[in-house]
Design a protein around this ligand. Structure first.
Ligand SMILES: Cc1cc2nc3c(=O)[nH]c(=O)nc-3n(C[C@H](O)[C@H](O)[C@H](O)COP(=O)(O)OP(=O)(O)OC[C@H]3O[C@@H](n4cnc5c(N)ncnc54)[C@H](O)[C@@H]3O)c2cc1C
Length: 401
């Protein structure tokens, strides 16, 4: 019987396993997860789960029952230690070796950590797993002071959740804007306003000079001379691909496991998907995406291709974030080189920002206007050409479909 092993037990793993069965695969499927939970989704960890309005169970993507009914062998607390390609075996932390015919690397990414003064302090938190969320939540509470280091999605979502819980929140960011890697500067500026409107203190162009405290961080002195007293520090300074296993097995890696358009690594029996995969399209530089939609769709595509379907992955760039009562969604190229931008004003600070390149709609950010995203998707898939100002002025965007 054909054996598929999936290393990693997160969202990509769950999506791949489910797709393999949906596609009629009758062989063995084993998911190896170093965590002690059945596969779950992470977005609620910085939002509803952290706030305590959703429980951990609500994040589950593949329950024990569902796995059993689909004959998927989920091995929890089992870390894959090595991929032995010559004998097609995966070596587990238990010492056991499992044979595979096809292998999916879905090991995700891990939080980048700060060392030096931040190492080993009991009130410094990272947010990647259910356990991380539980520890952070246990420390949070009304009136407490949280400092988010890094104004990326996680740092901002934690600050927003903290404010919802009646905490004091400060965000410190080295760069001159929020979410510098993914948001255009103008949108980052509005997002900073939203945070300030909600009482979060945002320091841009600011670094940390020193910290005070022994086992805990009690104070943080910033490059602007200000000293903050803190109850907890949440570090959100990016994620690192868990690609060591692949690299040690001699697979091509470049800040992630390099895969082709079929999600195949440099070994045709081994695929990769989700946060860990660095997708090379054409001759381009491998690109790694860290999003729910990417993990979901890449893994499903990888599963189909593991069964020999040979369908190129249709890149899904959709991303969302929730902060306070604001929903932000993005799709496509939101900063096209040489492109133009059209703004459709919504209520208050809300807007939809369309990106246009060579006359075509190539991307959009729906900032507080979630309903526009479904329409944008359809317009983009139709190859909508921008010939007038209808995108910004039409009373009802649906009329453009
Ligand atoms: C707090 C948080 C909030 C987020 N919010 C959003 C959002 O609002 N919108 C959005 O689009 N995206 C969001 N994301 C991103 C999204 O959750 C990730 O892109 C997605 O989880 C990636 O899925 P994955 O399966 O590739 O990796 P992961 O979900 O990281 O799963 C990988 C799993 O593999 C395990 N593993 C690693 N190495 C091994 C090994 N050697 N052996 C066994 N197991 C191993 C890991 O422990 C982990 O359980 C968020 C992420 C976080 C952390």
């Amino acid at each position: 019987m054909e054996q598929v092993i999936i290393i990693g037990g997160g969202q990509a793993a769950a999506s791949a396993a489910r797709t393999l069965r949906e596609q009629g695969f009758k062989g063995g499927i084993t998911i190896l997860s170093e965590e002690r939970y059945y596969p779950y989704e992470r977005p609620p960890l910085s939002k509803a789960v952290l706030q305590g309005v959703a429980d951990a169970n609500s994040t589950c993507l593949l329950s024990d029952e569902a796995a059993r009914s689909q004959n998927i062998d989920v091995r929890l607390g089992q870390r894959a230690e090595a991929i032995e390609r010559d004998t097609r075996m995966v070596k587990l932390s238990s010492g056991e070796r499992l044979p595979y015919d096809r292998l999916l690397i879905a090991t995700g990414s891990r939080a980048r950590t700060l060392d030096g003064a931040f190492a080993g302090k009991s009130n410094v938190f990272y947010l990647r797993s259910l356990d991380d969320a539980a520890s952070l939540r246990a420390a949070m509470g009304p009136g407490k002071r949280v400092l988010s280091i890094g104004a990326g999605w996680i740092g901002l979502e934690v600050a927003a959740t903290a404010r919802k819980m009646g905490m004091q929140a400060t965000v410190v960011e080295l760069a001159d804007r929020l979410c510098g890697r993914s948001l255009p500067k103008d949108v980052g500026a509005v997002l900073a306003e939203v945070h300030r409107d909600h009482g979060t203190v945002v320091h841009l162009n600011t670094s940390i000079e020193s910290v005070g405290g022994r086992d805990r961080i009690e104070t943080v002195t910033l490059s602007n001379g200000e000293t903050l007293s803190v109850d907890m520090v949440v570090v959100g300074v990016g994620a690192i691909a868990n690609d060591a296993l692949a690299r040690d097995a001699g697979l091509e890696t470049a800040n992630g496991v390099v895969v082709d358009e079929f999600l195949r690594t440099s070994d045709p029996r081994i695929f990769a998907a989700g946060d860990v995969a660095a997708l090379r399209l054409g001759d381009g530089r491998p690109v790694r995406m860290e999003s729910w939609a990417n993990a979901q769709d890449q893994a499903a595509a990888a599963a189909r291709n593991m069964l020999g379907k040979d369908v190129p992955y249709a890149v899904n760039t959709w991303f969302w974030s929730d902060q306070y009562d604001l929903n932000i969604q993005m799709i496509g190229d939101v900063q096209p080189e040489g492109g133009t931008v059209l703004l459709r004003k919504g209520e208050g600070k809300a807007f939809t920002r369309f990106s246009v390149a060579d006359g075509r709609l190539v991307g959009a950010i729906c900032f507080g206007v979630p309903r526009d995203m479904a329409i944008v998707r359809r317009l983009m898939s139709k190859g909508y050409m921008v010939t007038d100002d209808a995108l910004t002025t039409a009373p009802d965007l649906r009329k453009l479909l």
